[in-house]
Design a binder for this molecule. Structure first.
Ligand code: PLP
Length: 405
């Protein structure tokens, strides 16, 4: 007899390991236990308060009644102009047509992109070390995932491995969809060097003569990077081509610390107007069928802050302050790692550090017994520096090293 679930049901245990471990840590904490919760990608200050970006609370408190109304599917022109200016105001994108769609976080942006640009059973080409939700999002879109090696053995991007999987995809499907998470990759904190970007983009442009290629750059942690990312956007402008489209996913959760408000965007960059129209129609069409309209309040927060140069300046200073705080935490953690001989993957900035280990699940379980919560991931154990104070970080490397012995 058929069960209650449909034949296209989507079971994933505990929602997601990250969410599950975070809830375990919170449960232990609520029982009064002393807990180190290094699970979730939210940024907390040294007092355990969520990061606080200027103007956000005021905009929420003083929002007009209008935000109760449906907005437009894309978020509207003001939203688009404001986000465009936040990301691209200092770069010339004269060879690019763009369209911006407001989404429920970068998660929904990824979902729209993969659903509309990676055919059923085609592989989303993902790094061997990655944010686990890419797999879930791909599966939801009826796509497989295929891994390329993230690192080449010399702590640099394994571009040869990327070339290999792209070649294979073109051979098999006559098209390719490549996902990069840069800068401050989750979970390693790695940021591509400009030369790596050049080599990658030049390869993809050339290869797109053999079949359509979409590159998605997930820039969720953009503002926690020291890199001048406008140089990367300028390369997008240089290498974009008829058959080579670039998608960028933006996260308001990470940028403005409004995780629960679910704000984000999918930005389509392409050479031809006709491809842009396809992007608009297909992505807005599927957005309409899933969440219908974006969150008007979130769109308002983004618009009000990014469209006003004075507010923007203050908010960039706020984010810089948090970026420096993360750097202090990372410096402290790495100093102690060195003292106890704990190795990590290359880290250039951002919320997370990844410690390579053979059996991350086992290490995670052993740490839980000590009320230390970190996340087992492909390639190692992820520690969220974003959610730990410097006091909590002190001694953590030693605890992990001892458990790994
Ligand atoms: N991309 C990466 C790499 C992430 O780590 C996350 C969240 O943790 C997201 C995207 C999605 O964030 P949100 O949907 O909250 O914008």
């Amino acid at each position: 007899m058929a069960g209650l679930l449909s034949n296209k049901n989507f079971k994933i245990t505990n929602g997601d390991k990250i969410v599950y471990l975070n809830s375990l840590a919170n449960k232990a904490k609520s029982k009064g236990q002393k807990v180190i919760n290094a699970t979730v990608g939210m940024l907390y200050d040294e007092n355990g308060e969520l990061s606080n970006i200027s103007f956000v609370d005021d905009i929420i408190k003083n929002a007009p009644k209008d935000v109760k109304k449906y907005g437009s599917i894309s978020g509207g022109k003001d939203f688009s102009d404001a986000l465009y200016s936040w990301l691209f105001s200092n770069v010339t994108l004269d060879k690019i047509n763009y369209y911006i769609i407001a989404t429920f976080g970068a998660t929904a942006a990824l979902s729209l992109s993969i659903k509309n640009y990676c055919s059923s059973s085609q592989e989303v080409l993902v790094p061997s070390i990655r944010w686990s939700n890419y797999d879930t999002i791909s599966k939801m879109a009826c796509c497989e995932v295929k891994e390329y090696n993230l690192f080449n053995g010399n702590d640099k991007l394994d571009i040869e491995s990327i070339k290999h999987v792209v070649n294979e995809s073109i051979k098999k499907h006559q098209r390719a969809y490549l996902l990069i998470n840069d800068p401050c990759q989750n979970p390693t904190g790695y940021t591509l060097e400009i030369n790596e970007w050049k080599e990658l983009l030049s390869f993809l442009k050339e290869k797109s003569n053999e079949g359509p290629i979409v590159l998605l750059d997930d820039i969720a942690y953009l503002n926690y990077s020291e890199t001048n990312y406008e140089k990367v956007f300028a390369l997008f402008n240089e290498y974009i081509d008829e058959n080579f489209m670039i998608h960028v996913t933006f996260s308001a959760s990470k940028t403005l610390g409004i995780y629960g408000y679910r704000g984000g965007a999918l930005i389509g960059l392409c050479k031809n107007k006709v491809d842009l129209d396809d992007f608009k129609v297909s992505c807005e069409g599927s957005a309409r069928g899933i969440w219908s309209m974006p969150n008007s309040l979130t769109c308002r927060i983004i618009t009000e802050i990014f469209k006003d140069p004075e507010k923007e300046k203050i908010v960039r200073e706020d984010i810089k302050k948090y970026r420096l705080l993360l750097k202090e935490r990372a410096d402290l953690f790495f100093e102690e790692c060195e003292m106890v001989g704990l190795v990590t993957y290359p880290y250039n900035g951002g919320f997370f550090v990844l410690i390579p280990c053979e059996e991350p699940e086992l290490i995670c379980d052993k740490l839980i017994k000590k009320n230390v919560f970190a996340v087992p991931m492909s390639g190692g154990l992820r520690v969220a520096l974003s959610s730990l104070s410097k006091k909590e970080i002190t001694g953590l490397a030693k605890i992990i090293k001892n458990v790994m012995r």
